[in-house]
Ligand binder design. Structure first.
Ligand SMILES: N[C@@H]1[C@@H](O)[C@H](O)[C@@H](COP(=O)(O)O)O[C@@H]1O
Length: 237
């Protein structure tokens, strides 16, 4: 595992954008795994700049997002589909048909989970996966206690995660109770992983990860067994 300590959110975003830039320059038809939340916003801004400057292109890129809420309309303001379009997809030369997010409105959610992993495999697997981390160590929406063998599945969100994400909704009760998320094993299947975390709130989770104990009680710890992970982190207490 490679640890890169940074001094600011902007530095984290630039370092992460640099890794994605190198990936896209080396393989224009990359399969990218993408994430939502406050952490990647700056990196996406930087990638938009680089695409508009002609340094990179998303024309041949295929994307798979980690997760989506269950029950929200695709174009609902708080959906991850909307988040990704507002923060990245609407501003770059990506082909809409190559964008994938789990469908949280599928009538058969179990079938949607199986189909999502199958689509990733058919595309050739994820080359580079971006991750944020929840304060309780969740990755994607895989909460503490999730099996390390999990594939894409439906999860019930913990109160702490619902509270953390309430800022994106009109009121805390509007936060969905369930989500569809790539599982820990689906994430581990990526050939390379970049995890970004900045700020006081995330420090405890980063310290725990650094502690080195691999346990299902702390989902991100599974990454310690992956051969190609870069953690870009920083922030003071
Ligand atoms: N499902 C997402 C995660 O993928 C993300 O890592 C986490 C942290 O978000 P933030 O980057 O806003 O702290 O939030 C949500 O729970």
């Amino acid at each position: 595992m490679k640890w890169i300590e940074v001094n600011s959110y902007d530095e984290m975003s630039n370092v992460a954008a640099h890794i994605f830039t190198e990936q896209l320059q080396a393989k224009p038809a990359s399969i990218l795994g993408l994430a939502t939340g406050g952490s990647p916003v700056g990196m996406y801004k930087e990638l938009v700049k680089r695409q508009q400057a002609g340094d990179i292109s998303f024309k041949e890129v295929t994307t798979f997002n980690l997760d989506e809420y269950v029950g929200l309309e695709q174009n609902s303001p708080a959906s991850y589909w909307t988040f990704m379009h507002e923060n990245l997809f609407n501003h770059v030369d990506i082909n809409e048909e190559k964008i994938h997010l789990p469908n949280g409105k599928a009538t058969d959610l179990e079938a949607e989970c199986v189909a999502y992993d199958a689509q990733i495999a058919e595309a050739g697997g994820i080359d580079l996966q971006l991750l944020g981390i929840g304060v309780n160590g969740h990755i994607g929406f895989n909460e503490p206690g999730t099996s390390f063998d999990s594939l894409t599945n439906i999860v019930e969100l913990t109160e702490s995660t619902r509270t953390e994400n309430a800022i994106y909704f009109d009121n805390p009760e509007a936060v969905p109770t369930h989500a569809i998320t790539m599982g820990i094993q689906s994430i581990m299947n990526a050939r390379a992983i970049v995890l970004i975390a900045f700020g006081e709130k995330k420090l405890e989770a980063i310290e725990k990860l650094k502690g080195g104990e691999v346990t299902e009680a702390f989902p991100a710890s599974r990454l310690l067994n992956h051969p190609n992970v870069t953690i870009i982190y920083g922030g003071t207490k």
